[in-house]
Ligand binder design. Structure first.
Ligand code: ZN
Length: 128
């Protein structure tokens, strides 16, 4: 499938791939919108939180829409790694925000998406 041209569509494409490849313990809702004040530098690129509305529980992944494409995709991978490794509340309250399993998941996603081998320099020619 060709890469979508618009950043928003590309983020949705990558999110669909993540949904299929990196399951999460709760459904993930993706929000692409304004997370920082308008006309100000971007201070917040994205986040992942658990939402509990009535009987419905899901993870909300938010990405700042003003980010350049490569940064937005990287934020999406980062936040999805949180979603993929999300644990029960008791564990989430006590463990580090970025535990080892988070970095392992993020590394796997990154390698899968960009098809990067261990001996390659991923900073060369990013295929966003
Ligand atoms: Zn994080």
């Amino acid at each position: 499938m060709p890469r979508a041209r618009r950043n928003r569509d590309r983020l949705k494409q990558v999110a669909n791939w993540l949904r299929a490849s990196y399951p999460t313990p709760y459904p993930v809702e993706l929000y692409i919108g304004k997370l920082s004040l308008p006309n100000r530098p971007i201070e917040h690129g994205g986040d992942c939180t658990r939402v509990h509305k009535g009987r419905r529980r899901y993870l909300l992944v938010r990405i700042e829409e003003r980010l350049p494409r490569g940064d937005a995709i990287f934020y999406l991978l980062h936040e999805w790694a949180h979603a993929h490794t999300w644990a029960c509340d008791a564990i989430e309250k006590t463990r580090a925000m970025h535990p080892d399993e988070f970095w392992l998941a993020l590394g796997r996603m990154y390698r899968d998406l960009y098809d990067v081998e261990d001996d390659e320099d991923p900073t060369v020619d990013f295929p966003w």
